[in-house]
Write a protein that binds this ligand. Structure first.
Ligand code: NDP
Ligand code: 2IT
Length: 448
């Protein structure tokens, strides 16, 4: 229950329409919590029905993708593209390939993307797409066939000034390459329609590393502001071993932290003296290898098959970088009990709302993914600029720009949170600051 009757009405309305979409409802609830601070002060939000217009996607595409596997068998998958909000720029957001993908998950991700993209300061709207296709047990040829069949439908709806997809969970440089190639074949145009492209055909340096690096740059700002401290000597848990996790772990190590635990779907490994990240990278780069194989070389490593047990490892800082709802209330209690004082999300909404509230009540400084993982989409925005200018910038140039963007995002979240009376509440700062720009654009663009 909100104090504001308007917010209660919005929530009930969304629930009546989307009652079974629990991930999407969670994202709405988290966002409306922050709007409580704003809607009473600014009656124009209600008068212009801004929230009603914000919580329904501008457009949702759902289509069938049929393709033939290596055994000649016909396969059928569900595929989607959500074009949620284009008030401040063309739709922008990743593509997810995972068995679990459904409309609720993609709507939650696309909704989050609206505010994340707004926070970057770059002109990008919010979108997301994906499929329940599982790339993990497929051959390269099958992945190419699937990407081409997907693009045969998707190409109608995307374009450099319309909607620009990129990678996300289960969708990396290989998938971007196949999709981009097929778009080019269908349209005969070599355009910046995807980001995260290979360097040989319009990709940007630092895009691969951007989300993980950006997360560490954001954590540096958090440490500086709240603790007058740095990552040096801190013990850090980084969950996952994918794109975001790996580059977060490597950058954390470079900045003087010790990565004490990492994980994947098969379980977690932990070592108080620090993990051998080069070995984890080798495992992560190989197909179908489990992180638990780490013990073949280091038999004394602590390991377990329950992924939640990673949050029982003693640390100063936790960086959940695998997927949504990784940290539940019990995990949050373990972290607090063990002295963890900072949680920075690398994944999108890895922390359940109850756990976020527990962190706040217990003095743990928390940053939401839409702020701290915005480095990936920020460099995607820089890739779009380079494509539009037919230029490519150096690694150092893009890395410096990423650092600056992450600092700006932290500053705007912190300053907004402070303005609204709680300088430790970065979720509040992120939601309000992200919303304000979208709101201003929606007002200016009229009722459309
Ligand atoms: P990847 O596919 O590269 O890696 C995902 C990692 O998470 C893998 O190690 C995977 O394990 C693990 N994982 C997936 N599901 C589970 C689960 N249910 N339990 C435990 N571990 C799991 O994806 P990314 O690194 O790209 O994305 C990770 C998160 O970051 C997602 O939430 C994504 O939305 C978010 N994100 C990604 C950005 C990007 O630029 N890529 C940008 C901003 C946010 P396994 O290795 O066994 O498959
Ligand atoms: O969640 C995200 O921000 C991403 N997956 C990156 C999106 C992008 O367009 O680079």
């Amino acid at each position: 229950m909100y104090k504001s009757a308007y917010l209660n009405r919005i929530y009930d309305w969304i629930q009546s329409m989307n009652g079974c979409e629990k991930e999407f409802l969670n994202a709405i609830e988290e966002f409306l919590d922050s709007m409580e601070y704003l809607v009473e002060k600014d009656p124009n939000i209600e008068k212009n029905q801004i929230l009603e217009r914000l919580v329904i996607p501008e457009r949702v595409f759902q289509f069938r993708v049929s393709w033939v596997d290596d055994n000649g068998k016909i396969q059928v998958n569900n595929a989607y593209r959500i074009q949620f909000n284009s008030a401040i720029g063309p739709y922008k957001g990743g593509m997810r390939f995972d068995k679990s993908v459904n409309l609720s998950i993609l709507k939650f991700l696309a909704f989050e993307q609206i505010f994340k993209n707004s926070l970057t300061g770059l002109p990008m709207g919010g979108g997301k797409g994906g499929s329940d296709f599982d790339p993990r047990d497929k051959s390269d040829n099958e992945i190419m066939k699937f990407c081409q069949a997907y693009m045969a439908e998707l190409y109608h709806f995307i374009g450099p000034d319309m909607d620009v997809p990129a990678g996300d969970l289960g969708f990396g440089a290989r998938e971007v390459g196949y999709m981009f190639g097929y778009y080019k074949k269908l349209t005969k145009e070599h355009k910046g329609v995807f980001t995260g492209k290979g360097l040989a055909f319009g990709g940007s340096l630092v895009r691969t590393e951007a989300t993980g690096y950006g997360l560490c740059y954001f954590v540096m700002e958090m440490l500086k502001k709240y603790k007058n401290d740095s990552l040096k000597g801190k013990k850090v848990i980084v969950s996952g071993k994918g794109n975001v996790a790996m580059y977060a772990a490597l950058k954390a190590r470079e900045l003087g932290a010790t990565v004490v635990a990492m994980s994947d779907r098969s379980g977690y490994i932990a070592c108080d003296d620090g993990l051998d990240l080069d070995l984890i990278k080798e495992i992560a780069n190989a197909k179908r290898r489990s992180i638990l194989e780490y013990s073949d070389k280091y038999p004394s490593v602590i390991k377990g098959s329950n992924v939640h047990d990673i949050w029982g490892v003693k640390c100063d800082i936790a960086m959940p970088c695998a997927t949504q709802n990784e940290i539940n209330i019990d995990d949050a209690k373990k972290l607090v009990k063990n002295g963890c004082f900072m949680v920075a999300e690398g994944a999108n909404m890895p922390t359940e709302l109850e756990a976020v509230r527990y962190f706040m009540e217990n003095g743990v400084i928390f940053s939401p993914g839409k702020a701290s993982n915005a480095g990936g989409v920020s460099v995607s925005g820089l890739e779009m600029s380079q494509n539009a200018e037919h230029l490519s910038w150096s690694f150092k140039q893009v890395d410096e720009m990423l650092k600056e963007i992450m600092k700006n995002i932290f500053d705007v979240c912190y300053n907004t949170a402070k303005e609204f009376g709680d300088e430790t509440n970065l979720s509040l700062g992120a939601n309000i600051a992200g919303f304000k720009k979208v709101y201003a654009a929606m007002l200016a663009e009229g009722v459309i």
